[in-house]
Design a protein. Structure first.
Length: 252
């Protein structure tokens, strides 16, 4: 992989990510929850921040943009459809567009559900996908603006990426997501192992490969017979099962 990935914990449970191309000496940040830990990570490695890539408009992903731009002069890229509620953008992108970081190219994927303007950044050659609050570790984001059908379509799109893709999600919700996941998928040995690995908080729950998410994330497993049986929805459509999972998680 050309890009070096650094995961940075911010605020209470947010993840931000730095990606660095050593050959081109270029660095990008995906989402900007908190300036101090990001600036510290840059200084520690001697990296200069060139770009900030934003997945969606929520404050816990954007509130540090102004401070970081003032400190580094980085350009800001975000969704054209959400430009009216994002920090000022130097580059507006739409699904199907691409963004370059050093020698690597990211594809912009439309992933509405959590918000209607949410996008993901997929770097296929580097096997990285920055999914923020769409596909999350053992979970998915709440449906604050979109519908269950929209989120299911988004997750299905992400589930079609190569299995070795590292899913870089926006929060450490491992304990809550794991507790819910095991409640609807109690016979899943891969899920039990993942919960055990992340229980003490020392092993970060993100990033994780898509293969791990496919094996342990109930929101990607709406077609699984065991989950359907546990929900009493053996004959329902996948989108219906997903909607019920999201409803139960909201009430969990």
């Amino acid at each position: 992989m050309a890009l070096e990935l650094l995961t940075i914990r911010c605020l209470n449970d947010n993840y931000a990510y730095l990606i660095h191309d050593a050959d081109k000496n270029e660095t990008a940040l995906i989402d900007a929850p908190e300036a101090a830990p990001i600036l510290a990570a840059l200084a520690d490695r001697g990296w200069k921040l060139d770009q900030i890539l934003l997945t969606h408009h929520h404050a816990d992903h954007t509130q540090a943009v102004a401070e970081l731009v003032a400190a580094t002069g980085a350009s800001v890229t975000g969704a054209r459809a959400d430009a009216h509620r994002l920090p000022p953008l130097d580059h507006q992108v739409s699904p199907g567009d691409t963004v370059r970081v050093g020698g690597s190219t990211a594809e912009i994927i439309d992933v509405p559900g959590h918000t209607v303007g949410h996008i993901a950044f997929h770097f296929p050659d580097d096997q990285l996908a920055f999914t923020a609050d769409s596909l999350m570790a053992m979970g998915c984001g709440r449906l604050f603006e979109g519908t269950a059908d929209q989120m299911w379509d988004s997750l299905s799109r992400l589930a079609g990426l190569p299995a070795e893709t590292m899913i870089c999600s926006g929060h450490d919700y491992c304990r809550g997501n794991g507790a819910f996941a095991i409640s609807v998928d109690p016979q899943n040995p891969a899920l039990r192992e993942r919960i055990a690995q992340t229980a003490d908080g020392l092993c970060p729950c993100a990033p994780a490969t898509l293969a791990v998410e496919l094996a342990t994330n109930p929101f990607l497993r709406a077609s699984d017979p065991a989950i359907r049986a546990n929900l009493g929805m053996e004959n329902a459509g996948d989108a219906e099962v997903f909607a019920e999972l999201r409803r139960r998680k909201d009430a969990f």
